[in-house]
Design a protein around this ligand. Structure first.
Ligand SMILES: C[C@@](CO)(OP(=O)(O)O)[C@H](O)COP(=O)(O)OP(=O)(O)OC[C@H]1O[C@@H](n2ccc(N)nc2=O)[C@H](O)[C@@H]1O
Ligand SMILES: Nc1ncnc2c1ncn2[C@@H]1O[C@H](COP(=O)(O)OP(=O)(O)O)[C@@H](O)[C@H]1O
Length: 301
């Protein structure tokens, strides 16, 4: 019998993020078109006496190792439902930027949930796993499912959508941005205006399904409703977006709440060139070359 289970989980970019007005519970209704990209964290669950977390990777010093870690919270919630002790060590191999708008914490939560479910042989129905994900956070259900999906409600109700293959370069910023702070800035910037109910764009969904990079590039500008708020809190991101455009990206946008920026490029060759130019521009800390769609949480051992 294997002594541990490792699950690989993708990062995401939001090709559309339509944001409604703040709800009474403080959340915002969204039309959130999620796309999983080939940048992965890995979560390994190993039997242990208690619940512990460790993390390795370039940003690992920014990851909490206590029970506030979403991976630990996932193990606790699953164990409580099953009526067992969360006796597991969770090791996170982290590649997804922390507090970068790429759902890295959500990925680890979904990864830990699946890893513990397999380790403890619980065989929890998919629907129940998705309920636990939604309890962990708005983005966590999508991390489990991956691919491409429209998220409604606060992003937790998912409908799969068609997506062709696309190539992306991500520019990782220095430091993170707090998701609640970006939503608060959205509220400040839209105060006194009529914020329409969020709706997925049929043109964007058609472009996503077509796999035609030029068609998707044409509809990406303005598709992220949090971009103005992220730029307001981090004006330097405008320089990164300009550097990506100068480097030949077909389109650029802030990834979710930022501060990572995402650049749609034509192919793998163009991705390498755009990544090199972005790194040389001095407007970002690092780059990651990816493609989409990527699968959701998947056991690899
Ligand atoms: C903005 C998005 C876009 O996919 O992700 P990031 O770009 O940060 O990764 C998500 O909506 C983030 O989802 P997630 O990071 O899971 O957020 P949660 O833990 O559920 O909520 C954190 C906080 O963000 C705000 N929040 C989140 C989701 C939502 N629909 N409305 C909100 O106002 C609330 O202030 C909430 O207290
Ligand atoms: N496993 C985890 N990985 C990263 N951050 C985590 C994790 N668990 C909890 N966090 C907390 O969540 C915050 C948001 O992290 P993250 O999910 O990476 O960003 P974003 O919400 O922008 O996608 C971090 O600053 C950190 O305090």
């Amino acid at each position: 019998m294997s002594a541990s289970v490792t699950v690989r989980v993708p990062a995401k970019v939001n090709v559309q993020l339509a944001v409604g007005a703040a709800r009474p519970d403080g959340f915002h209704d969204l039309a959130n078109v999620f796309l999983a990209v080939s940048l992965f964290d890995e979560v390994t669950a190993t039997p242990a006496d208690g619940l512990t977390v460790s993390c390795e990777g370039p940003d690992s010093d920014q990851v909490p190792l206590d029970r506030s870690n979403l991976a630990a919270r996932a193990a606790e919630l699953l164990a409580a439902r099953a009526g067992i002790e969360p006796a597991v060590h969770l090791h996170i191999a982290k590649n997804i930027p922390v507090a970068g708008g790429m759902a890295g914490g959500s990925a680890d939560g979904a990864g830990a949930l699946l890893a513990c479910d397999l380790l403890w042989k619980l065989d929890t129905p998919r629907e129940e796993l998705l309920e636990i994900c939604a309890e962990l956070g708005s983005d966590v259900p999508f991390s489990l499912v991956g691919g491409a999906a429209l998220g409604t409600g606060r992003g937790e109700f998912l409908t799969p959508v068609d997506a062709g293959r696309f190539h992306w370069v991500f520019a990782v910023a220095e430091g993170g941005l707090s998701t609640p702070a970006v939503f608060r800035e959205f509220d400040r910037l839209t105060a006194g205006t009529d914020v329409p109910a969020p709706e997925a764009s049929p043109a964007l969904l058609a472009a996503l399904a077509s796999g035609d990079a030029d068609a998707l590039a044409a509809v990406l500008p303005g598709s992220n409703g949090l971009q103005a708020a992220a730029l307001s809190l981090r004006p330097q991101l405008a320089d990164t977006l300009a550097a990506g455009a100068d480097a030949g990206a077909l389109a650029g946008l802030v990834s979710g709440s930022g501060p990572t920026t995402a650049f749609l490029v034509r192919d793998a060759e163009s991705a390498a060139k755009v990544a090199a130019a972005l790194e040389a521009s001095g407007t970002c800390r690092a780059t990651r070359v990816t493609s989409s769609p990527a699968p959701g949480a998947t056991a690899v051992s």
